[in-house]
Write a new protein. Structure first.
Length: 631
């Protein structure tokens, strides 16, 4: 065991160095972006709102001073990157057109469309922002997340006891411990889903649910959590992103489980808000009393009289009562909840400080850096990871850190070391057989099969479910200034291929005409247009707004990056690959996991648009192209 321990610790120390590298890269990129990037580009990239209208400020239920801000301007096709927990900074534009930052950091409390609520330090600095002209807000470098990850790694490296045991286990081939009792039967799950739930229940240390696209990973996970709650009083459920946490929380709530969500949801509606900690706290019968005491404390501070020797006594007494009430409300909220749900980084929240749990469930585990997984792992005695390491990897900005292996996730490590704890879900319920077959062959050793009810699904009779429109075959008249070659926009704003974008929309229009308007609207056939490049996505969004034929279908068509379609599905998917050049350069399209996600979003029809002569120099795209040609 001793050798295991040294390899584990060495690898984790190596990870710490790589994370340090990533931290510096991101911080530096952020500094450059802040100092050198023009305001318009920041707004375009979704990292800033300007101009901003200031709304009211008030104290929220967590006793934080917050201010409402509203995004003004015409940029509604720009998806922004603001979400709960992200640090932000206010700025103003001075006479010389320079960006001047206010010197405090604030945090996003929640965002709903063009309205955002921001928690600010309660020290009078907000007044300056409210009084200024031409104010904006931008995302700030996320120091806290890194700090939390470094702390977690340090704790794991030094760990004894259960945490040390799990660390050495994950890094070795040593068999994980299991219970043995008769398998349970679940009538509404298929065979591999049932096997996965049983493996979760049998695991003393670790289990992995590997869910390829459309195989009902969430359904299986919810079932496993539900069954675990028959044996344990409370479990911790985490995921990398706020969106993934919302998704699983919502499914658990639908199943009748009492969920307490730490942090705010990305989709702000009553159903989602009702299980957040903040809303529950506000709804508690003792909250009115607490609010009154807090108000009294603020007034006492504001109107402190000279020579009032009772001031400190009064203040202390009020503060004590407030703390007492707060502890009581919290104790009750936590006692009632069966599932505590948060992001991985969010599990370091002060509310969870001394909490311990039997089991931790990590959803979308293949998208999380290993360091982030160790944050909640400190609180538990066993862990269940669910995800798919053949889909989107974690984001790593530093190329050196990526080469050093920072992108290797804990889930991948466990899948390699302990195949016996993994269950592959093998029945998919999303795609036409022919769309699935390619992905199954390349990524899942042909093990994934289609449920009979989706096998032959299609929109038109005798339709071919996958087509590749090769843009290198098109002749464009000399006088037209369009070309099927990729172009750069801005210095690092990305690649764009305008002719391909036009062709994408034309292809969709033609396909829609074949189906017929009435049917599209009656059956609400939905469409996803995917491009790996953000510049292309924004260009496509602008173009589609101008098209008369697309007006009736506004609600049915969404355009986004691969990451934006994570976990989603559509009846029809069009993919604009953008890359077209003479040297066969395909950039980050070499990360095939991205393509796996893109092609497996489609239920019935997949249309790929791309320059085959550029793309097919890569063996994967060559094989995909030939596969589609054969169909």
């Amino acid at each position: 065991m001793h050798t295991n321990m040294t390899t584990a610790i060495q690898t984790l120390q190596q990870q710490r160095l790589l994370l340090q590298l990533e931290y510096q890269t991101e911080k530096e990129a952020f500094r450059k972006q802040t100092e050198e990037m023009g305001l318009q580009r920041k707004v375009k990239r979704g990292d800033a709102w300007f101009p901003l209208k200031m709304g009211k400020s008030y104290y929220n239920s967590l006793n934080q001073l917050v201010v409402e801000v509203f995004r003004q301007g015409e940029d509604d096709e720009i998806e922004h990157n603001f979400e709960f927990g992200r640090p932000v900074a206010f700025f103003r534009i001075d006479e010389k057109n320079q960006i001047k930052y206010f010197n405090f950091t604030a945090t996003v409390s929640y965002v709903d469309g063009d309205r955002m609520v921001v928690a600010v330090p309660d020290n009078g600095q907000l007044i300056d922002v409210q009084g200024a002209e031409q104010v904006g807000i931008q995302l700030f470098f996320d120091e806290t997340s890194y700090k939390t990850m470094f702390e977690a790694l340090d704790r794991v490296i030094r760990a004894k006891g259960r945490l040390g045991y799990l660390r050495d286990l994950f890094y070795s081939r040593q068999k994980a411990e299991t219970f043995s009792f008769a398998p349970l039967h679940f009538p509404y799950l298929n065979r591999t889903q049932e096997e996965a739930v049983n493996k979760v229940l049998w695991a003393k240390d670790v289990a992995v649910v590997h869910g390829p696209p459309g195989t009902g990973k969430t359904t299986t996970l919810v079932e496993a959590i539900y069954e675990t709650l028959r044996r344990e009083n409370q479990v911790l459920v985490c995921a990398q992103s706020n969106m993934a946490v919302d998704w699983i929380s919502e499914k658990l709530v639908d199943r009748g489980v009492n969920v307490l969500r730490i942090g705010n949801p990305t989709r702000v509606n009553d159903k989602m808000l009702s299980f957040t900690y903040e809303r529950r706290f506000e709804d508690h019968p003792d909250y009115a009393q607490l609010w009154a005491i807090r108000k009294a404390i603020r007034e006492l501070r504001a109107h402190r009289k000279r020579g009032d020797d009772k001031y400190h006594q009064k203040l202390e007494r009020l503060k004590e009562r407030a703390t007492e009430l707060e502890i009581r409300i919290n104790a009750q909220l936590f006692a009632e909840a069966r599932v505590i749900a948060s992001t991985l980084v969010g599990s370091a929240h002060r509310l969870l400080e001394r909490q311990k749990f039997g089991t931790l469930f990590i959803d979308e585990a293949a998208q999380a850096l290993e360091a982030a997984c160790w944050i909640p792992l400190r609180k538990v005695s066993r862990v269940v990871l669910a995800g798919d390491h053949c889909q989107l990897p974690p984001t790593v900005k530093s190329i050196a850190a990526l080469k050093g292996g920072l992108g290797k996730t804990l889930m991948e490590r466990i899948v390699e070391n302990k195949p016996e704890v993994v269950t592959l879900l093998k029945m998919q319920y999303r795609m036409n057989e022919e769309i699935m077959r390619f992905s199954s062959g390349w990524f899942y050793g042909n093990q994934v099969e289609s449920a009979p009810e989706v096998k032959y699904r299609s929109i038109l009779d005798f339709d071919i479910p996958m087509t590749w429109i090769d843009t290198s075959q098109f002749e464009i008249p000399e006088e037209s200034n369009l070309t099927f070659k990729e172009q750069f926009v801005g210095e690092s704003f990305g690649r764009i291929n305008k002719a391909e974008a036009e062709l994408t929309l034309l292809t969709l229009e033609t396909y829609f005409n074949k189906i017929g308007k009435q049917r599209i609207l009656d059956e609400r056939l939905d469409v996803g247009i995917i491009s790996p490049y953000r510049a292309q996505v924004q260009y496509l969004r602008r173009q589609i707004k101008k098209k008369e034929w697309a007006k009736p279908y506004r609600q049915l068509i969404s355009v986004n990056t691969v990451d934006g379609f994570q976990g989603q599905e559509r009846d029809i998917i069009l993919i604009s690959l953008v890359r077209a050049n003479d040297d066969g350069q395909i950039g980050f399209l070499r990360d095939l996991r991205r393509m796996n996600v893109a092609i497996t979003r489609a239920r019935m029809k997949l249309i790929i648009l791309g320059d085959a002569s550029t793309m097919t120099r890569h063996p994967f795209y060559r094989k995909l192209y030939d596969y589609i040609e054969e169909l």
